[in-house]
Design a protein around this ligand. Sequence first.
Ligand code: ADP
Length: 419
Amino acid sequence: MMNGTSAGRRSLSQRISGQYTLYLVRSMAVTLAVFTLVYWFAVIVRASGVCGRALSEMSGGQWQQGSYLVGESGVSRLADDAWRPGVLPQKVDGQLCLVRGEGGYTVVFTLSGYASLFVVLLLTLALAELIRLRVLRQSADRISRRALSPISDIVTAARGLSASNLSARISADGAKDELLELTEVLNGMLDRIESAYNNQKQFVSDASHELRTPIAVIQGYADMLGRWGKSDPEVRDEAIAAISGETRAMKDLVEQLLFIARHENSPQRYQKEFFDLKELADEALRDTKLIAGERKVIAGPIESAIVRGDKNALKQALRVFLDNALKYTASDGEITLSCVKEKGWARLTVQDNGIGIAEEDLQRVFDRFYRAANVRGSEVDGHGLGLAIARMIVLAHGGRIEVQSKPGAGSRFHILLKL
Ligand code: ADP
């Protein structure tokens, strides 16, 4: 059964074969036309040769009035009644007949012999051309089918692809040159699609996993409320506080997930304008001081630096580093924020003297849902999404992030943006 797209449509090999046949028919027509021209040109040359000889013989003046046959073998006189106007002497066919009358000579050159020879030759040639056309067409069909067979493989492989089977690849067997290149390009594209699809799947599964814990906690406290909450005010208050805390954490997580889902690969979502990073750093410092508790929040050198970007998004990124600095630094620790200009770049630096990050974790802390070993299972809340979001924002602004950290000594995160 043919599917909707291929029904009624000629295949590529059929079209190539059609075009080739057209080309062969054209070349056959040209061959026959050239043969016709050459044949009749040769006949004319021959006729004019015979004429020339006859005329040179006539110029001697020895000819009497009458009919003469001028042929290859010479000139012979015909019987007087051999020619009348409109009736040719029998032997004249294919030869020159000169008739000397009162007013001069009549030259008759009949062609029926040449014409019938021409017809025989033309038919033979046409037949030979038809046989040639058929043979060439058959081999052209074979060659084009063989050359295009990798395309059929590509179509079959593409039909076999589905979301549940993205691992299938197109076989490059038999493909050469451009088709081999096409196969490789398509397989490369499939690799990228599969990897993007697997990333998405992983993201959804990690997100669901992260949401499962707070939901389970809320459910546990709701059950507790139902059982003892009415009679025990202490249980009730504890459950309400826990449910409210978990709900807030869940809301933050959902917002982070939504941000990633919306902003990934969508640079148009950022509303960029020119602004001074100093303003952003001052605002962020003020906000951080409000929630820093006993930790010291220090302003380093804060220079004015005009950059182009989405101020809110960049503030969100800076907030990630500041919040982490607070989260992963002891209550008597110090956090410093600075903003300086250097060689065409603005450098925002958040430095803390907190727990630091081990070398092996440093490579991965920007991965989604990744948390370093020294914080996993600790009291410090987190889902491992903040740095991934910050990196997404900074990269979308053509910037970059640098990090230096030492366990036990602290960390330094830098955001670099083009001036
Ligand atoms: P979260 O803080 O919610 O776990 P992030 O993506 O913001 O997620 O950070 C990823 C991980 O990087 C953290 O879990 C932590 O292990 C490490 N990290 C980030 N910032 C700091 C910091 N200032 N000091 C120590 N570790 C940090």
